[in-house]
Design a protein around this ligand. Structure first.
Ligand code: ARG
Length: 257
């Protein structure tokens, strides 16, 4: 995770960001601290990367790398505003002994590449290039399923889909092309389906450890749905990160050593 010391909304690279709207940096930091504490209380280990000035979106650590079995695929951002985050995240992993591969194609890490059991689900359409999906499979050595995102409000896969455990996922069908919806139905017939209100509340941008599902306080409908499916929702307030177009999942890159 990356403390939002320099978090701000100074440019607009997704529809949620409004540089003219107010945001509260101190509140962003305290809400982020509560998210970090939630992981610690649930028994997880949290590693930190130093935030860099001039990179207001660096708090969205999910976009820093994709890690599977200790192999790291570094990232390449679509937008110039975030470009300098990529080498900082790659260096963090290299310094800690991970095998890091530099990407040839644009990919925004776990924003668009999510591990679901044994396979990687990969989004494209807005940020991550389709060509990077083949590269992801070669580097991370897991089958990659390409999914087409069609709604600009759900520009990263992790705003529209999340793994709940090794066997099941939750997703917002309307964020995907009809063909990708069919693929998702085929792979996950028991999936927890989210509706528009869940997606708008960033309810899909969750982190699950297979039992606890951490999601933001606004996502009440999503909490009911995951509870009904047998998981235990844990709420964290993240109003300020939403002004940047992110929530719980965006703020963490999972380390799979
Ligand atoms: N402002 C950031 C961007 O548009 C938000 C990134 C959210 N991260 C995520 N994993 N969805 O790039």
């Amino acid at each position: 995770m990356c403390r939002p010391t320099h978090f701000a909304v100074t440019y607009r690279i997704n529809p949620w960001m409004d540089p003219a709207a107010p945001y509260d940096n101190a509140l962003a930091v305290s809400q982020w601290e509560a998210l970090r504490q939630t992981y610690l209380d649930l028994g997880h280990t949290v590693e930190l990367i130093d935030p860099l000035p001039g990179l207001p979106d660096m708090v969205f650590a999910a976009n820093g790398a994709t890690v599977v079995d200790g192999r790291v695929l570094a990232v390449q951002f679509r937008d110039a505003e975030r470009a300098d985050e990529a080498p900082a995240y790659a260096a963090w992993f290299r310094e800690r002994g991970f095998a890091v591969t530099e990407p040839k194609h644009t990919n925004e890490g776990e924003g668009d590449i999510l591990l679901a059991g044994d396979v990687l689900l990969a989004g494209t359409g807005f940020r991550t290039a389709h060509a990077s999906h083949a590269e992801t499979q070669e580097v991370l050595q897991r089958p990659v399923i390409s999914l087409q995102l069609v709604d600009p409000a759900y520009y990263h896969l992790d705003t529209a889909l999340a793994a709940l455990d090794d066997h099941n996922v939750t997703y917002y069908p309307e964020a995907f092309s009809p063909s990708s919806r069919r693929v998702l139905r085929q792979l996950f017939p028991e999936a927890v389906l989210a509706d528009r209100a869940d997606a708008e509340a960033f309810g899909l941008n969750l982190v699950s450890d297979g039992r606890h599902v951490i999601l933001n306080t606004e996502a009440t409908g999503m909490a009911d749905k995951v509870r009904a499916a047998g998981y235990a929702p844990v709420h964290v307030e993240l109003t300020e990160l939403k002004r940047g177009g992110g929530s719980v999942k965006c703020a963490v890159a999972e380390l799979r050593p």
